[in-house]
Design a protein around this ligand. Structure first.
Ligand code: R5P
Length: 288
């Protein structure tokens, strides 16, 4: 792998565990101004210091993210369908690789729709994008999208979709967590990160999802709604960092969230001396 591509991947997976906490704010490309992301600039600004990478479209990147930011960018480059259509799989490539290079992104991302009407086109898009990414030194992240068919998210389907993505050359894959996620990891020879999906019942449930995914071998998360639809998005992202980067348990991470969400106690608790883990990195912004 060329130096440029290794450098880009390395910056997205920082720290001794080489895991990542990506923040997904690309939903507007097919959902419009969805709850929590009505004003992307306002949503992104307080969260940016706590994200290892930011996943978004070029429109929001140019309009809402300061170019001085050192946070790696994962640029969504597929689109063309909206929630007003039943079939969300009718996507095309919406950004030229030369514009991605001009934006100095760390990776490009596209949805693949295995088993949907748009399967062939999305997989052909992936293969073509990998060729262009190889030329430019820019990694490609495949997103195993299920459109409105959320019930598709089981180990059998996701194993297939992730493996197909890796076989076609994706450098990393974003997928969903599911029961039996170890099988998905085992069958996918490139790093996997997990999305959160629609807002879960509680912060604890989102932390449990991240914890279980990392325990099963995911290299981190690329989460959106369970962060910025939370009552306290920054605290939530800090709790997720504790899980992904520090190996915190769900209870420890929840303590980080609760402490960070309390106005009078901004500092997150430390794990008692003598215990194996520290949550200190989860309590502080990444060093950018
Ligand atoms: C789809 O809108 C995008 O790929 C999202 O980035 C992805 O689903 C992650 O966001 P969430 O955690 O909200 O599912």
């Amino acid at each position: 792998m060329d130096w440029g591509m290794r450098n880009r991947l390395g910056r997205m997976f920082p720290g001794p565990r080489a895991n990542t906490v990506m923040l997904a704010v690309d939903h507007g490309y097919f959902m419009g101004p969805t709850h929590g992301l009505e004003d992307p600039r306002a949503t992104i600004a307080p969260l940016l210091p706590y994200a290892d990478a930011l996943a978004l479209t070029r429109g929001v990147l140019r309009a809402c993210v300061p170019p001085e930011s050192g946070t790696p960018i994962v640029l969504r480059v597929s689109g063309g369908a909206t929630v007003l259509k039943d079939d969300l799989s009718d996507e095309t490539i919406t950004v030229a690789m030369r514009d991605a290079a001009r934006l100095n992104v760390s990776a490009v991302a596209l949805s693949v729709f295995v088993g949907a009407p748009g399967e062939h086109r999305s997989l052909a898009n992936l293969a073509a994008l990998v060729d262009e990414g190889q030329d430019a030194g820019i990694p490609v992240m495949a997103i195993t999208a299920v459109g409105k068919e959320l019930e598709k998210r089981d180990a059998r389907y996701l194993s297939l979709a992730c493996r197909v993505s890796a076989e076609l050359g994706a450098h990393l894959v974003k997928t969903y967590y599911c029961e039996g996620f170890e099988r998905v990891v085992e069958g996918c020879p490139v790093p996997l990160v997990v999305a959160g999906g629609p807002r879960l019942d509680s912060d604890r449930a989102a932390l449990e999802l991240a914890h279980a995914a990392v325990a099963a071998g995911a290299r981190g998360i690329d989460m959106g709604r369970n962060v910025w639809q939370s009552d306290h998005p920054v605290a939530m992202l800090r709790g997720l960092r504790a899980v992904v980067h520090d190996g915190a348990s769900v209870d420890e991470a929840l303590a980080v969230v609760e402490a960070a969400a309390t106005p009078v106690a901004r500092a997150a608790p430390r794990i008692a001396p003598g215990t194996r883990r520290s949550v200190s990195r989860g309590a502080t912004p990444s060093p950018r």
